[in-house]
Design a protein around this ligand. Structure first.
Ligand code: NAP
Length: 251
């Protein structure tokens, strides 16, 4: 059986991806930051599907945690064929870019951008050393190209992930490792719980997404399984929008 690391798999989109992969026959390393109970529940769900789960606590903004995560993942499953960089955080407070502080910027860059950049480096080097024809998927956001002036720090980290994908896709192709970016739109998770009414209005009253519903973690999970199936073998550096058509410009 093939094994995947999913970062931030204890809740929300990461949970959806981990369970979708387990359904498709993958063993999964369930990474989380602090919510061990939620991670345990996801691990149990994975095992219900006949796959194996290994829980690994690691704060992705910390170098030593990233190293330990990779070591424990390989110790658990021997080889890793898929890395899903999913973990990410929004600013604690949405603040206008003319006022927003450095503390939030540094926190978001550390978790959302530096974390996946160097975790990908670690896993890619392990895949190359083992001769693994693996895949790397990074969950960015429609915020990679949509300017929200009250959370510039978040948008900048997501735009950076788009370049992360291009860079690693270009570098790793010669090793048979394909790299993809999945861009979710508005997905119902804890992250969007605090702005539910605003997004309800935008989706259902204003039709901001041509497909007029909230996205679900399962929607993103299915997209990752589609990539993980290996059927996109001659595509790398590709962006897959999972956004109900939000990215379309219409006239
Ligand atoms: P969420 O429900 O808030 O879950 C966040 C996950 O990330 C949790 O598993 C959390 O672990 C983990 N995490 C947080 N900080 C971490 C750290 N320092 N190290 C390791 N793991 C950490 O968020 P979500 O909505 O599922 O978002 C998942 C990803 O999708 C993020 O990258 C987000 O930017 C992106 N995204 C979300 C939406 C949306 O509408 N929800 C849209 C586009 C993109 P604990 O449970 O231990 O805290």
């Amino acid at each position: 059986m093939s094994a995947a690391i999913v970062t931030g798999a204890s809740r929300g989109i990461g949970r959806g991806i981990a369970i979708a992969l387990a359904r498709a026959g993958w063993d999964v390393v369930v990474n989380y930051a602090s919510n061990a109970d939620a991670a345990r529940e996801v691990a149990a769900e994975i095992e219900k599907h006949g796959s194996k789960a290994a829980m690994v606590q690691a704060d992705l903004s910390r170098s030593d945690d990233r190293t330990r995560l990779v070591a424990e993942a390989y110790a658990a499953f021997g080889d890793i064929e898929l890395l899903v960089n999913n973990a990410g955080v929004a600013p604690d407070v949405r603040a206008d870019i003319l006022e927003a502080g450095e503390e939030s910027f540094d926190r978001l860059v550390g978790i959302n951008l530096k974390g996946p950049y160097f975790l990908t480096q670690l896993v890619a080097n392990r895949m190359i050393a083992a001769g693994t024809q693996g895949q790397i998927v990074t969950i960015s956001s429609m915020s990679a190209y949509t300017a929200s002036v009250n959370r510039g720090d978040y948008c900048i980290t997501k735009a950076g992930l788009s370049m992360l994908t291009k860079l690693y896709a270009a570098r790793l192709a010669e090793h048979g490792i394909n790299v993809y970016e999945v861009r979710p739109g508005i997905i119902a998770t804890d992250m969007t719980g605090g702005v539910k009414e605003k997004y309800d209005r935008l989706i259902f009253d204003e039709g901001i997404t041509p497909i007029r519903r909230w996205g679900t973690p399962e929607d993103v999970g299915k997209a990752v399984v589609a990539i993980a199936s290996g059927l996109l073998a001659f595509s790398t550096g590709q962006v897959i929008d999972v956004d109900g058509g939000f990215h379309l410009k219409t006239l």
